[in-house]
Design a binder for this molecule. Structure first.
Ligand code: G
Ligand code: MN
Length: 401
């Protein structure tokens, strides 16, 4: 362990430094960004990780001093990483670092001095104490976002990094705690929690990063659950800056495909259809001339704004040569066209029979869309699992040189 004397000495002699761990985009199959991680280098060259000293430093009230000490190092490194695949860089803070505006102002002035854009930096916040309700913290954290920095909730699922904090602060990313990731294949409960966290992020339209991914099996799970980014020893350990830059292209994962996003899009569609049907039935029961028929709280009806619609235009475009892709995209647009018709008819005073006929048409489009998406999912599974069959001979098979 590290004692207080050594921590103070490290601050004075500049023996704290930052290592960088790459983040991997599961959907784009490339490294996208990195996380800066604190390390203490002892005079004999041994590297000490934060769990050996953060407890002592926190008790002595030294965390804000350490965070501030790191900012100039961070910004210098960020200038080196600028325009590489390791940018944007995430920087770890605690909610306590934002009890006043010292850190925020330091980040802003150092960044300004460097000429880097705020979007090159993501501030990660761990909530180790329940200070989410502190007004100063809230104001400073809102300023982090309005300044243009990314804002990530670290260790989602543990401690005070809770769903309630997520509802109150303007996070742009959640990072799923590595403990959950490491238990998810052995515990059905953890698996549900991880899958739900991923869906929650998609529903809130924010990024989701799984931390501590160590095995190909964990990667497979995350890929299929619709997780978009990950970090962990499977990709790379945290590395000193120079080693990071000479780090060769990562080739560990079998295939990266946007298959998990098909599932997310299907869930989104089912929910959208339910909302629309519920709205249509409830409203069609009102008198034809009721003013409530014309209030503007309709479910969204723009095909390109739903998750499937966005998937067709973005990650799913790799499937565009398959017939099921156009079947699904057309049926999705048709479903939205019927939805628009339903809303117009409800406004115009349509009765239950007319609405039921339209809902039946909507259902045909929905089922066509979902069936074609499921075919694309099966196709993706074949692409995912084929490399394993080719690469791994059956048990007992002998190989001859
Ligand atoms: O608090 P946070 O979740 O940012 O923790 C990051 C720490 O986890 C770092 O100190 C890093 O060294 C460690 N770490 C990063 N990737 C892995 C991993 O795949 N497995 C384990 N066990 N630890 C990891
Ligand atoms: Mn972190």
């Amino acid at each position: 362990m590290v004692d207080l004397h050594e921590i103070v000495a490290a601050l004075e002699t500049g023996r704290f430094c930052l290592f960088y761990q790459p983040k991997y985009s599961i959907t784009n199959a490339v490294i996208e960004g990195s996380e800066a991680l604190l390390r203490l280098i002892r005079p004999d060259g041994t590297i000490v990780t934060p769990n050996a000293f953060l407890g002592v430093a926190a008790q002595a009230g030294l965390l804000p001093a350490i965070t501030r000490h790191l900012v100039p190092l961070l910004i210098n490194d960020m200038a080196v990483l600028h325009n590489t695949r390791y940018s944007p860089v995430s920087f770890n803070t605690t909610a306590g670092d934002f009890a006043d505006d010292t850190l925020l102002n330091l980040l802003l002035s150092e960044l300004d001095r460097s000429g880097l854009a705020p979007s090159a930096l993501e501030v990660e916040i761990t909530e180790s104490e329940a200070i989410a309700s502190d007004a100063c913290v809230r104001i400073n954290i809102e300023r982090v976002r309005s300044a243009g920095f990314g804002l990530a909730m670290d260790d989602f699922g543990t401690g005070y990094s809770s769903v309630d904090t997520l509802s109150q602060w303007p996070f742009s990313t959640i990072k799923i705690d590595q403990g959950l990731v490491q238990r998810m294949l052995d515990s059905e409960k953890c698996a549900h929690i991880v899958r739900t966290a991923i869906r929650l992020a998609h529903d809130l339209d924010i990024d989701v990063v799984a931390e501590g991914v160590e095995t190909e099996a964990q990667y497979q799970f995350l890929l299929q659950a619709g997780c978009t980014k990950m970090q962990g020893y499977l990709i790379s350990r945290p590395l000193p800056l120079a080693e990071l830059l000479s780090h060769s292209e990562f080739t560990g994962c079998s295939v990266a495909l946007a298959v998990g996003l098909i599932h997310i899009a299907l869930m989104d569609h089912v929910e959208w259809r339910r909302e629309l049907a519920s709205f249509a039935v409830r409203t069609a029961m009102l008198p034809a001339e009721a003013a409530a028929r014309r209030v503007h709280n309709y479910p969204r009806v723009i095909a390109e704004q739903c998750m499937a619609g966005r998937w067709f235009l973005q990650e799913g475009a790799v499937f565009s040569r398959l017939p099921d892709f156009s079947i699904a995209a057309t049926a999705n647009r048709d479903a939205f066209a019927v939805a628009t018709e339903i809303i117009a008819n409800v406004r115009a005073g349509a009765d239950m029979d007319e609405i039921n006929a339209l809902l039946a048409r909507l259902q045909i489009n929905s089922l066509t869309m979902m069936g074609a998406m499921m075919n694309l999912e099966n196709h993706a599974f074949m692409q995912i699992y084929r490399p394993y069959c080719v690469a791994q001979p059956e048990a007992g098979a002998t190989e001859h040189a």
